[in-house]
Structures are given as structure tokens and as C-alpha cells.
Design a protein around this ligand. Structure first.
Ligand SMILES: C[S@@+](CC[C@H](N)C(=O)[O-])C[C@H]1O[C@@H](n2cnc3c(N)ncnc32)[C@H](O)[C@@H]1O
Length: 264
């Protein structure tokens, strides 16, 4: 292997635990106010889209990267037996009040093969080594089991470039920026067939969200808000960017996939 490649590989290997440590810290800081940070966290239409796609309760479900456990709590309410997994001990402690939660990484799910009828993972794949995680999800699902994966994505090619720029700036730990199309392609590549999908928008106050991301400096928060306020006209139109009494609002576009593992 050429010298440059070796260095690159060594950096990649070294950077995984470093990023994991940073993610743990970031979510430990955010944990206390996570439920009242972005509107999407508790948005009932968004949560209902997940439980609707999950369908009739048919056994045990895993809320993967569960955070405070909003999706797991809703699944439990609809009759699923729920387990959770999260990297961050504060998050695991918080969701652990509602259902049993283990502390660990989605890249190495600490459960037996075929243990779950359903795995749900909301708003986290952008941080994950998706190939490893999707392979682990297919392992822990029982045959015919359902995988629900959801994420905020661009509305279309119109806002994708600018949104990518904003995400990269506000979230240095972002591993990959996905569109609905690229996420669906990753699922297919990992052997999943998409059975159904939903799209919906959630209106967010950027000021409210920023105020609950204490790891971001005031300068970064101001810059993110300015990037949205002064975005290209097409971006502002599709996101319905609006300033009301000094607060900046915009729509975030969600995609929710229901997939079933079919093999490679
Ligand atoms: C944006 S929050 C989403 C929480 C939850 N899924 C929800 O929708 O409310 C991301 C969560 O993923 C967790 N997380 C990040 N990387 C992880 C990994 N590699 N394995 C397990 N959990 C991870 C974080 O600790 C955090 O709680």
C-alpha cells in the first residue's frame, strides 16, 4: 500500500473512536432539553407516521439510537414490546425510564440474531457508518421483519446544495448528507426492499433549536440563522422561511421508509 494510503487508513481507524466520543458528549449536553429542542422531536404527525408504518404490534421492537425514546414510547403505547439502544449514557438513562435501554453502538448491536420484528431508527443515520449498521439491522431482524428509517432531507434538487452547506456548517460530526434518493439507494444496496414511504414537513423555529444546542458557539448559531435567512430565493420558497417577531421559522422535509430485508 502506498505511504499516503496507509496514513489515510490509519487516520480513518483513529478517527472512529474520536468521533464516537464527540457524539456521546454532544448528545450528553443536549439530553436534558432534547424533548423541547426541535419541534420534530415530539411532533405527533411525525411520530404517528412511524407507528402507522410499523403496523399492528407483532412482538419486540428496537428503537435504535433511541435518544429520549419518543419513537419507542409511541411504539410501546401501540402495543409493541420495546427495547432501546443508544451510545450516550444520559440518553439511555432518559429513555430507560420508559422501556429497557442498553448503552452501545448501532454498528455492533448487542442483541441476538433475529431478536426483533421491528427496528426503528429516526434522525441518526447521518452520523452512522451506514454499511455496518444496515448489516447489523438485517442480522437482528427476524425473517420478514420491518426496518423503519427516517431522516430530514432536502425537498428536491432545488434546496439540496444549500441545505447540505448548512448541515455541514452546523454539524461538524455529520458523516454523510443524505437525500431521500441516496438513502433509499443505500437501503437497496444493503439488501432491503422499500415497501412504503411517507413524506411530511415539520415547521421549526431555528432560534428555539439553536438555543438548545449549547455546544454551538454564539457565532456559529448566528451564522446558521443568517445562512437560512439569506438563503437563495428558491431555498427560502420551498422551506417557507419566515421571520416572526425576530424568530426565524422554516419547514424541514422528512422522509420515512418502511423496508424489509430481502438478502443481497
Ligand atoms: C438526533 S438524536 C435522535 C434520537 C431519537 N432517534 C429520536 O428520533 O428522538 C441521535 C441519537 O443517536 C445516538 N447515537 C449517535 N450515534 C450512535 C451510534 N453509533 N450508536 C448508537 N447511538 C448513536 C445519540 O446519542 C442520540 O441519542
Amino acid at each position: 500500500m502506498p505511504g499516503g494510503e496507509q496514513v489515510k487508513l490509519a487516520r480513518m481507524i483513529l478517527s472512529v473512536p474520536a468521533v464516537t466520543g464527540k457524539l456521546k458528549n454532544q448528545f450528553a449536553i443536549r439530553c436534558r432539553e432534547f424533548d423541547v429542542s426541535a419541534a420534530w422531536v415530539k411532533d405527533r404527525y411525525l411520530i404517528k407516521a412511524h407507528t402507522d408504518l410499523a403496523g399492528k404490534p407483532r412482538g419486540t421492537a428496537l428503537d435504535l439510537c433511541c435518544g429520549t425514546g419518543q419513537i419507542g414510547r409511541a411504539l410501546k403505547k401501540s402495543g409493541w414490546e420495546v427495547r432501546g439502544l443508544d451510545l450516550c449514557s444520559s440518553m439511555a438513562g432518559s429513555s430507560g425510564k420508559f422501556f429497557p435501554v442498553s448503552e452501545g453502538a448501532a454498528e455492533r448491536i448487542p442483541f441476538k440474531t433475529g431478536a426483533f420484528r421491528l427496528v426503528a431508527c429516526r434522525q441518526t443515520v447521518q452520523f452512522l457508518r451506514i454499511k455496518d449498521v444496515f448489516s447489523e439491522v438485517s442480522r437482528v431482524l427476524s425473517p420478514g421483519g420491518i426496518f423503519i428509517v427516517s431522516l430530514t432531507v432536502p425537498f428536491s434538487g432545488i434546496d439540496a446544495g444549500w441545505l447540505h452547506k448548512i448541515h455541514r456548517f452546523k454539524q461538524p460530526l455529520l458523516l454523510k448528507f443524505y437525500t431521500a434518493e441516496s438513502l433509499s439507494a443505500e437501503l437497496k444496496k444493503a439488501g432491503f426492499a422499500i415497501k412504503e414511504s411517507r413524506r411530511l414537513t415539520v415547521r421549526e423555529s431555528l432560534d428555539r433549536w439553536m438555543a438548545r444546542a449549547p455546544e454551538l458557539s454564539c457565532r456559529v448559531r448566528r451564522e446558521v440563522i443568517s445562512m437560512v435567512e439569506n438563503a437563495p430565493a428558491e431555498y427560502r420558497r420551498v422551506h417557507r422561511v419566515e421571520k416572526i417577531r425576530g424568530e426565524v421559522f422554516e419547514d424541514w422535509n422528512w422522509v420515512i421508509f418502511k423496508a424489509v430485508f430481502q438478502g443481497y
